[in-house]
Write a protein that binds this ligand. Sequence first.
Ligand code: GLY
Ligand code: MN
Ligand code: MN
Length: 440
Amino acid sequence: MSPYAERRARLLAQMEPGSVAVIATAPEVLRNGDSDYPYRHDSSFYYLTGFTEPEAVLLLLAPRGTAPAQSILFCREKNIEHEIWEGYRYGPEAARAEFGLDFAYPIGQLDEQMTRQLSNATALYCSLARNTTLDAQVMRWLESVRRMSRSGITAPSSVRDLLPIIDEMRLLKDEGEQAIMLRAGVIAGGAHERAMRATKPGMFEYEIEAELLYEFRRHGALFPAYTPIVASGANACVLHYNTNNRRTEDGDLVLIDAGCEFEGYASDITRTFPVNGRFSGPQRELYELVLAAQEAAFQAIVPGRQYSGIHEAAVRVLVQGMLDTGLLKGSVDEAIASKSYAQFYMHGTGHWLGMDVHDVGLYRDVSQHEKPSRLIQPGMALTVEPGIYVRPAAGVPEQYWNIGIRIEDDVIVTQDGYRLLTASAPKSIADIEFIMKGGA
Ligand code: GLY
Ligand code: MN
Ligand code: MN
């Protein structure tokens, strides 16, 4: 059974008998004139089908009595005129065979088929309040079923949100997904190494970015997983900086946050290094601090422990370092209680990672009244990304001004800890300085 068929079966098993689920892929988006943005499928649709063409909808029918479960795809028809201009499209018959579906129909038949399949269905599962076009379509389908009520046909009595069920499935990565994510991590790690080797004082940030993009693409990654950040000097203290157009100067650090999307899965890596290949004293001090915070965070990745413990471990180390360097005053506990450390560390220590760079899945156990942080489980994929960002301000030691450092890696939780996906990105000061000297 393909992983997609296996996921459909697992989803169908969670649906009410006699119910119907519908999920559409992402729309094409016009850029201007007759050019679209590069097409990217919807992650959850892809998770259940493996199908990457636009204009496609998956319909799942849960079994009831002797009626078996069914997976039905709606997709674009074969069309030689369009294929001459835009390339191959499967068409329903080939898509059905290739993607292991029970039936496939032209997308133009969706409304008619939905009305038929929703007749006497017990419930409808779909994405709710995320896409107004789809919401309106669902209402139309329900309305057209209700119009047949005089002939004894009933419409589903409940409409439920499908995505929370899929989100929880997506949170735990299967073996195939883990192998793809490792590849995405290895490619992006190599891109960071390439960027380090290429960087010289005086280069523009976009020239460094080009090295990353070249490495992603030449290994078959379709796009960056998000807009790369190449932030030199004071730009590193702007968390979502991505104009990437400053000329670097001798003595700067450059913070690169860049990952690729490989076969639909994201990597997300940050490295920070000196453009001249050698860390200054203050840069070295803060870099070692962030590295130690990341190590403490890694040690907190233990199945059965709370997810929030990862952030807490990183914060504790960072705060101690902020006190040691004179960035903060007082005690560790006071700084944590008052959150005074947020002047220099204002983001979380990671997030779920998968098909989306900030992947789906809850961070809290919502089945409990207090909604505590959820427990770490094998198969979860996450980033670990502590940082420190020192903007010039009164009372802040001047030698640290404008230093911004983040170190971000990707891991998958295993039975007894975690597996690092991004080890190919050089990280220790010794490794970075060695590589930037041209070391092999
Ligand atoms: N690159 C986005 C993030 O690190 O969360
Ligand atoms: Mn991240
Ligand atoms: Mn990142």
